[in-house]
Design a protein around this ligand. Structure first.
Ligand SMILES: N[C@@H](CCC(=O)N[C@@H](CS)C(=O)NCC(=O)O)C(=O)O
Length: 202
C-alpha cells in the first residue's frame, strides 16, 4: 500500500497501523502547502480534498479519511487484532473512540496550529481540549489502552493527536494518566519504527 503522509500529521495513525499489521508500506511524502508529492506529482490528483492521509491500494483505488482507512487496514489483517470484528458491540465501542478522536480532539487542534486564528479562538480550543482530556484521563485511569488490554487502531489515532500537545504548548503533564498512556504507546516497537521513518525520532 502507498501511504501519502506528512511527518507527524494525522497520517501517522494509518502509518502506525500498517506497521502494526505487518504490512509493507510505500511512503509518499506530501508538501501540504504546495499540494505536491515529494519526487513530483500533483497531490490533488490523488486526493482532491488536499489533505493527508490517503492510501492507494495495490489495484489503484484511493481511500481517504483516517478513521476509515485504519478500519480497512485492520479488517484486511484480522489476525493482528487491531479492531474487533465488524458488527459486534465491541467494534461500535471502537468506532465511538475513533469518532471521538476525529471530531472532539483532532479538529480542536486545528486553530492551535493556525497562523491566522485569533487568541480567543485558540483559548476556546484549548479549553475544549482540556475538558476532553479530563474525560479521557478518567477513562484511561485503570486501562492500558482505550479498549482495555489490547492495542487497537483507536490507540494509534489517539497517540498521534496527543503527540501534537508539545508543538502547540498544551501541557499534557496536567494529566499524568495521559502522559503514561502516551509513553506506553510510544514504546511500542512498531510505533517507534513509524516515527523513525517519518524523521520524528532518531
Ligand atoms: N477529515 C480528514 C482530515 C485530515 C486532516 O486534517 N489532515 C491534515 C493533517 S493532520 C492536513 O492534511 N491538512 C492540510 C490541509 O487541509 O490542507 C481525516 O480525518 O482524515
Amino acid at each position: 500500500m502507498k501511504l501519502y503522509y506528512s511527518p507527524g500529521a494525522c497520517s501517522l495513525s494509518p502509518h502506525i497501523v500498517l506497521r502494526e499489521a505487518g504490512q509493507s508500506v510505500e511512503l509518499k511524502k506530501v508538501d501540504l502547502s504546495a499540494k505536491v508529492i515529494d519526487g513530483g506529482g500533483d497531490y490533488l490528483q490523488v486526493n482532491p480534498k488536499g489533505y493527508v492521509p490517503a492510501v492507494e491500494l495495490p489495484g489503484g483505488e484511493v481511500l481517504t479519511e483516517g478513521a476509515v482507512i485504519v478500519q480497512y487496514i485492520a479488517d484486511q489483517n484480522a489476525d493482528s487484532k487491531l479492531a474487533p470484528k465488524a458488527g459486534t458491540v465491541e467494534r461500535v465501542r471502537l468506532q465511538e473512540w475513533l469518532n471521538f478522536v476525529a471530531s472532539e480532539l483532532h479538529k480542536s487542534f486545528s486553530p492551535l496550529f493556525s497562523k491566522t486564528a485569533s487568541d480567543d479562538w485558540k483559548a476556546g480550543a484549548t479549553a475544549n481540549l482540556s475538558k476532553r482530556f479530563d474525560f479521557l484521563s478518567a477513562k484511561l485511569q485503570d486501562k492500558k489502552y482505550l479498549l482495555g488490554e489490547q492495542f487497537t487502531i483507536a490507540d494509534a489515532y489517539l497517540f498521534t493527536v496527543l503527540n501534537w500537545c508539545r508543538g502547540v504548548k498544551l501541557e499534557l503533564g496536567k494529566w499524568p494518566v495521559l502522559v503514561e498512556y502516551h509513553a506506553r504507546v510510544a514504546a511500542r516497537p512498531k510505533v517507534q519504527e513509524a516515527m523513525r521513518a517519518e524523521g520524528l525520532v532518531k
